[in-house]
Design a protein around this ligand. Structure first.
Ligand code: UTP
Length: 291
């Protein structure tokens, strides 16, 4: 059984739903309170035991590379000002040299294509994929839950949660074959089905553990829903030889690719922080009352 040592972070999308904020700033750098989305995802992977972090970037995404690098200017200033806490906080972002690498997706042809672009960094071992805009807060570490489940159930694995029927066409949807504890056994998965045709309302969320055989499938894969090369289509193609399991994770997921999800995530994190919650609740109360 291979250990999950590597994670891919696809960050090459255009983030059109957040324009103009994302015109010159990557969507994945949007902050939840005071930390960018991508840092939460990286910290989740780091805490789950990932050792190599592979970013699939594109044009205009260099802010992500800079974020995970030293900023000598800021560090010197914080040292001169005796801001030890802030300095420590800033330095904690820096990973062991050589453990972070970047590859380019020259055109945003879809999530499946973005993952395929990282194939030479993965080679022949199972790996994780984390989408930073699926922000998971509270509960256990989602990727850790999946890695633990994977130890007994090799194959492809996805994080799943129930969504409202009318929203199934935004997700990959699981065709379930049964459940065991927090594990869903899948006999199929279909990308963005029409609500009337969806096999369930169990949606795939942006955390995956994938077998390396997926790269061969992605190599020859045609465009699917929304004209993009879809990762879920490749996972479906590997069934039934490569089993697929869904993990019902403990945390709460916020769709930070959407404005409402992003704003809600900021409120949820703000209200969970001891240094912010009282003042935030006080400011929000009249706003909500006057609606
Ligand atoms: P999304 O579809 O949510 O991101 O992809 P997007 O396309 O950037 O957003 P909109 O719809 O235009 O607003 C989920 C994740 O996959 C990455 C994105 O960067 C995001 O982190 N992605 C998506 C890629 O890396 N490449 C792609 O071709 C598509």
């Amino acid at each position: 059984m291979s250990r999950i040592r590597k994670a891919i972070f696809p960050v090459a999308g255009l983030g059109t739903r957040f324009l103009p904020a994302t015109k010159s700033m990557p969507k994945e750098m949007l902050p939840i309170v005071d930390k960018p989305l991508i840092q939460y995802a990286l910290e989740e992977a780091d805490a789950a035991g990932i050792e190599q972090f592979i970013f699939v970037t594109g044009r205009g995404k260099s802010a992500i590379e800079d974020h995970f690098d030293h900023s000598l200017e800021v560090e010197t200033l914080l040292r001169q000002r005796d801001q030890a806490g802030e300095l420590e906080n800033l330095r904690s972002i820096i990973l062991t040299p050589g453990s972070i690498s970047y590859t380019r997706q020259q055109e945003p042809l879809g999530l499946g294509h973005a993952v395929w672009c990282a194939r030479h960094h993965i080679q022949n071992e199972p790996f994780a994929v984390l989408l930073a805009d699926d922000f998971i807060h509270g509960g256990a570490n989602c990727l850790q839950e999946m890695i633990e489940a994977y130890e007994n159930r090799p194959g492809n694995m996805v994080a799943v949660m129930e969504v409202a029927r009318e929203n199934v066409s935004k997700y990959g949807i699981i065709d379930a074959n049964g459940e065991e504890g927090n594990l869903v056994l899948a006999k199929g998965v279909v990308e963005k089905p029409h609500p009337d045709a969806a096999p369930s309302n169990l949606a795939v969320i942006g955390r995956y553990i994938l077998e390396p055989g997926i790269f061969d499938v992605l190599s020859g894969q045609k465009k699917g829903a929304s004209g993009e090369i879809q990762l879920t289509d490749a996972i479906a193609h590997m069934l039934p030889e490569t089993p697929l399991h869904g993990v019902r994770f403990q945390g709460t997921r916020y769709d930070c690719g959407s404005k409402v999800g992003y704003l809600t995530a900021n409120m949820a994190v703000g209200l969970s922080r001891r240094d912010l919650k009282d003042a935030l609740a006080q400011n929000l109360a009249p706003l909500l009352k006057n609606m």
